[in-house]
Design a protein around this ligand. Structure first.
Ligand code: ADP
Ligand code: MG
Length: 363
């Protein structure tokens, strides 16, 4: 029966035809798939069951256009057609409050709320530090000649510009103001998952209920596949140790889930090398250096925005603290260490094919 489970490998770009079909055996529903690129710098794949191709195409189109819209609102590098976005906020740091759409106010307040609940490990005000790292990453991942780490002093001198308290959201005025010149927001740890949640929830509310959406390592699973056969979606968790092999390597395990999200933070997709040291993109705000505890952390959390924040948060914490945080928050998690050891929360194990056997979900 396991063969029948539909498996998507998180963080691997599976190649589907533009819209493929796989006729369901016992229902009037058919499986369709689609993918698009261009939002949040990643491929988005949609697999879902609909009664007609037209219906699926309409829902997939709805998800795509919402993701495009949110990707533009949450962009820190470009502005679009005169609409204020995060770049506008950053450009006006220390100058003036910027009127923005509700989706931006909501995202920033969401991040502020969780910053307080999670010891400030994910700090969207860390932009001035992260932009230094970003420049190093861009340069040395393209050409490793002379690759080095930024000077710690140059990172530390930006710290006074990284206070969440200086991010001022005025709900009534509908504005966001960064109180000091030189401040900037970086929502890379959260925005993709947050946007995927909004887009998927809206499609679900419109009637698209049986689907998974994978936005580069961020997988939302809705109701079970409507094929009359399977009762769960199988989400492959990429093996960091083989991730760079052609085709994305192996799955380290497969999570069988419905109505939840599977999100991974890892060191194997965005990084550069300094000698033997892998310098990746998740920065511990206490050391200002890449967090050094794991190859990857995968979480299973019902809301994709919280899941995105959770995977980055757990990735930046040493194991005991990370595990305690997961427990306190009720997040299921899997930690993959540099020596290949894997640890899971108790609630994660029954969801995993190879660890707990998720046979409960199989018919
Ligand atoms: P990915 O974007 O690859 O899915 P994450 O969700 O873990 O991975 O987010 C990593 C991104 O978050 C980085 O590229 C950077 O933009 C941002 N970031 C890195 N460290 C932090 C941090 N401590 N707090 C807030 N944002 C961070
Ligand atoms: Mg994240």
């Amino acid at each position: 029966m396991k063969k029948l489970i539909c498996i998507v490998v998180a963080m691997v770009l599976l190649i589907f035809p533009g819209c493929s079909t796989d006729k369901a055996q016992e229902t009037s529903y058919t499986k369709y798939s689609a993918q698009f690129y261009g939002t949040f710098d990643t491929i988005v794949q949609i697999i879902g069951y609909s009664q007609t191709q037209e219906e699926f195409t309409q829902y997939a189109g709805q998800i795509k256009s919402r993701m495009e819209e949110l990707s533009q609102l949450y962009d820190i590098y470009y502005e679009y057609s005169g609409e204020n976005n995060l770049k506008t906020i950053n450009d006006n740091a220390g100058i003036q409050p910027v009127p923005v759409r509700e989706e931006i106010l909501d995202l920033i307040e969401f991040c502020q709320d969780w910053y307080g609940k999670t010891d400030g490990k994910v700090n969207i005000a860390l932009g001035p530090v992260l932009s230094i790292w970003h420049k190093y990453m861009e340069r040395y991942s393209a050409d490793p000649t002379g690759a080095k780490l930024p000077e710690i002093e140059s990172l530390m001198e930006k710290l006074p510009l990284c206070n969440m308290e200086d991010v001022i959201v005025d709900r009534e005025a509908g504005t966001v103001y960064l109180a000091k010149e030189g401040m900037s927001l970086d929502v890379g740890a959260v925005a993709k998952g947050y946007a995927t949640q909004l887009a998927c929830q809206e499609a679900y509310d419109a009637g698209f209920t049986s689907f998974i959406v994978s936005a580069g390592g961020n997988v939302v699973a809705a109701d079970p596949p409507l094929d009359g056969v399977r009762s769960g979606w199988g989400i492959g968790i990429q093996d960091p140790f083989t991730a760079e092999e052609l085709g994305g390597g192996n799955s380290i395990d497969v999570a069988y889930v419905n109505n939840t999200c599977v999100v991974t933070s890892g060191d194997y997709q965005r990084y550069y090398m300094v000698g033997e040291q892998r310098v990746h993109h998740i920065i511990d705000p206490d050391t200002l250096m890449p967090a050094a505890y794991y190859r990857g952390v995968t979480v299973i959390v019902p809301d994709s925005g919280i899941a995105d924040l959770a995977s980055t948060t757990l990735y930046t914490l040493p194991y005991d603290d990370s595990r305690a945080m997961a427990k306190q928050m009720g997040w299921e998690a899997m930690w993959i260490f540099a020596d290949g050891t894997v640890e899971c929360t108790d609630g994660m194990i029954p969801l995993m094919r190879d660890r707990g056997g998720a046979d409960g979900l199989l018919k």
